[in-house]
Design a protein around this ligand. Structure first.
Ligand code: M6R
Length: 608
């Protein structure tokens, strides 16, 4: 995820910006850059890759500039490259801008600006904004920024400099955090407290729809309607490590908790529920092939494989195209048969998993159209695929994948609906499902409020040696995922099964020492799952059930219940995954495990 830092004061700004950028490295990025104003001119430095690359170019120069902005970019529009790195400058070279967030209407704006003669250097959405500000500039940067922002759709946290107004940085926020650090004779801006906390602990947080002008000794704060805002200064008293983790003890917990936002980002501009349409920009050039697709293969490992299994239910149900989900590691060595009109999709958070990459290449070599569903922009899988859908879930740091899973399932739902809409699936049904999808972030938020309740259940079971996870239908892959989450971070043995499969073997394991987690939300297999719960109960197993909020029936049959809201049954896996993530997290934490870096595991498995 991108990071913003800015400074105006008396210090030499280059070392300060570099240090601030390093403090935000934990968020993940693929390029960085800084812009300084000196002698009424910009000095601009940008590099692809790590901040050390930027430092190499600067070669130890501290310079004399004392106003500047810096950015770490996590690519969303356009690959990681020097040209796409921020800051971006206007056509006349007088304005520099850094931006976090996504400008949704950038392509219309870009076309309109290009017609007026603006020259674009990058593929980014951000560059549109800097030219738009130039278009509106009539000697007052704040006014130009205000006018430009009124034309924008999407999210932003921005910092803007103009060489003719070197005594100020203009900042604004909508949907992307921004904070102003207050110093004496100097002021700071950042998207992340970690970048500035070593210089000041007095800060003012911007809220959505707010702007400000930061000078050496003042912060003038107002909103888009130009009403002045007087907000109290907040004093920060927590440490850097806590700040990087957003106040959470572990990145994994932070990533679980940020899912309402990441899911919103995943579907932004794609799920048009008002008109019942899905738009996936990365597949535009592949729509004809998708229309002709007769078979879909989903290739993945680990958690990504589990999301593929959920995708299988969705695609077959809505688009009626046969789907095969394969462990990438098996697919690559088993001489697979790939008939014409097969679309192979590699699913990967990192985009670097060796087996998934090899499976994609294998499918392409056998004439399948190779697409991808990836989180990390510009990763190898994203580059080698012939089209794809990014998750936009932000950098995932915890080794145990959480927010990527729910975003993968969301993307697979959108993909399934895109295929369905090409195959005359009724628009009103698409509308209805998209409407349900749009509710998901707020439903996830409600589930996250159950954190304390889930912690109490975790306390009871943290000493168990084995766990069984059972579910049916589209929730069955979530049972697999719940078991994987628990075993990888707590080191407790756990198995996931389709609930009906239990009596073909695992039932032998059931006794009072065996906690069995059932996902038992209402769908067409609900009654069957109740029967499976009865089977476990009659053998003395302890039942923890994830149920719908209004369910009384299962309450009677279970030892512990976790109640969650309902939505469209096919989308329930996004919701049912959340309590299982929290359960695994709390158990591992209670056991004192190294939650973010569990033993023997790597975040990205780049070897076979
Ligand atoms: O980056 P990928 O999605 O390709 O990674 C695949 C698996 O290695 C990954 O999901 C792994 O299973 C995680 N540790 C699960 O939490």
């Amino acid at each position: 995820m991108c990071g913003i830092i800015g400074y105006i004061g008396k210090r030499k700004v280059i070392p300060l910006l570099l240090q601030g950028l390093k403090r935000m490295e934990y968020r993940g990025y693929d390029s960085s850059g800084i812009a300084l104003i000196h002698d009424q001119k910009f000095q601009l430095y940008k590099q692809k890759g790590r901040i050390e690359e930027l430092e190499k170019v600067l070669n130890g120069t501290a310079g004399d500039a004392s106003v500047g902005i810096g950015h770490t970019r996590w690519a969303t529009h356009g690959e990681p490259s020097v040209l796409n790195a921020h800051p971006h400058t206007s056509s006349n070279g007088k304005i520099a801008l850094i931006h976090n967030g996504i400008i949704e209407n950038y392509s219309e704006l870009r076309k309109a600006l290009a017609k007026k003669g603006y020259k674009f250097q990058s593929q980014t959405d951000t560059e549109t904004l800097v030219h738009l500000i130039q278009e509106f500039y009539e000697g007052d940067l704040v006014n130009a920024v205000l006018r430009a922002l009124r034309r924008l759709e999407g999210t932003y946290g921005i910092a803007v400099l103009h060489v003719d107004e070197p005594d100020r940085i203009v900042v604004a926020r909508k949907g992307s955090p921004l904070v102003v650090g207050i110093g004496e004779g100097e002021n700071f801006i950042a998207s992340d407290l970690a970048a500035i906390v070593e210089y000041t602990r007095d800060v003012i947080f911007l809220e959505d729809g707010e702007l400000g002008t930061v000078t050496t000794d003042n912060f003038h704060h107002f909103n888009l309607e130009e009403s002045v805002i007087k907000r109290k200064v907040t004093h920060i008293d927590f440490n850097l490590d806590q700040i990087e983790k957003g106040g959470y003890k572990h990145f994994m917990l932070k990533e679980i908790m940020e899912q309402p936002q990441t899911l919103e980002n995943t579907m932004r501009g794609r799920a048009l529920d008002d008109i019942g349409e899905v738009r996936l920009g990365g597949l535009i050039r592949r729509l004809d092939e998708l229309k002709d697709a007769e078979r879909i293969m989903l290739l993945a490992c680990g958690t990504s494989y589990h999301s593929g299994l959920v995708g299988e239910y969705m695609i077959e149900e809505w688009a009626r195209i046969p789907v095969e989900v394969e462990y990438a590691s098996e697919f690559r060595y088993r001489n697979p048969i790939i008939p014409p009109n097969t679309v192979a999709i590699a699913i990967s958070q990192s985009g670097e998993t060796a087996d998934t990459l090899a499976a994609l290449r294998e499918a392409q070599a056998r004439n399948a159209l190779g697409l991808s569903i990836v989180n990390t922009v510009g990763s190898t899988i994203a580059r080698e695929s012939e089209g794809g859908i990014y998750l936009h879930a932000g950098h995932e740091i915890g080794v145990a994948s959480t927010k990527a899973f729910t975003s993968q399932v969301t993307v697979l739902a959108l993909f399934a609906l895109l295929l369905a809409q090409q195959r005359d699936f009724p628009t009103d049904k698409i509308k209805e499902i998209l409407g349900e999808l749009r509710r998901i972030p707020s439903l996830v938020e409600r589930i996250l409020k159950k954190d304390r309740e889930i912690f109490e259940i975790a306390k009871i079971f943290s000493r168990a040696s084995n766990f069984l996870y059972l579910a049916r239908g589209p929730n069955f892959p979530v049972a697999l995922e719940g078991a994987l989450k628990l075993k990888e971070i707590s080191y407790i043995h756990a198995e996931g099964y389709p609930a009906a499969e239990m009596k073909h073997g695992p039932i032998a394991l059931i006794d009072r020492m065996m906690p069995v987690v059932f996902i038992a939300t209402r769908d067409k297999t609900y009654k069957k799952v109740i029967a499976n719960i009865e089977e476990v109960r009659s053998r003395g197993g302890t039942i923890i059930a994830v149920v719908n909020e209004d369910d009384e029936e299962i309450m009677e049959l279970s030892d512990y219940v976790i109640r969650i809201p309902s939505c469209h049954p096919m989308l329930m896996p996004i919701l049912t995954a959340i309590p299982l993530q929290l359960l695994a997290y709390h158990i591992a934490n209670l056991l004192g495990r190294d939650v973010d870096k569990p033993r023997n595991l790597a975040k990205s498995v780049t070897v076979e």
